[in-house]
Design a protein around this ligand. Sequence first.
Ligand code: HEM
Length: 144
Amino acid sequence: MYTVVKDLHSYWAYLVVIMVVVGTVNALVKFFGKKEYGNNDFRIALFTLIVTHIQLLIGLVLYFTSPLGLSNITANGMGGLNAPMRLLAVEHPFVGILAVICITVGYSKHKKKLSSTAKFKPLAIFYTIGLLLILSRIPWSNWM
Ligand code: HEM
C-alpha cells in the first residue's frame, strides 16, 4: 500500500508541477498582454485545479501511511526530527496544503469575474503564489 501510494504521489507530482507552471505562465502572459479570456484559458485553469486537488488527496493518504509522515512525528516527537525529516513530515505537507488552498482561491475568484483582465488577475496572483509555495518545499533530493 505505502509504496503504491508513494509512487503515485511521486509520478503525479510531474503533472502537478507542469500544470501549475502552465496555468501560472498562461495567466501572467494573458493578464499583462491584456488578452481575451477564452475556453482554453478556462480549461487550463480548471485542469490545474483538478490535478492539484488529486495530489492533495494522494498526499493525505501518504501522510498517514508513510513512515516519514505522521508516524515519524509520533515516533520521534517534533524535537526529534532533523531538517530532512521535518521537510517530509511537516513543511512539505503543510505548504502543499497551503498551495492547493491558494490555487482554489484563485480559481473561484476568477470564475466570479466577468471581464478578461478581472479573470486573469486572481489566477495570475494566486497560481503564482501556489507555484512558489510548491517549488519551495518539494523534497527535491528524494524525488530527482
Ligand atoms: C501540492 C503539491 C505536492 C507536490 C507537487 C508533492 C510532491 C511530492 C514529491 C515529489 C515527493 C517525493 C516523492 C519521492 O520520494 O519520490 C513527495 C513526498 C511526500 N509528500 Fe508530497 N507533494 C504535494 C503535496 C503533498 C501534500 C498536500 C501532502 C500531505 C498532506 C504530501 C505528503 C507527502 C509525504 C508524507 C511525502 C513523503 C513520502 C515518503 O517519502 O514516504 N504531499 N511529495
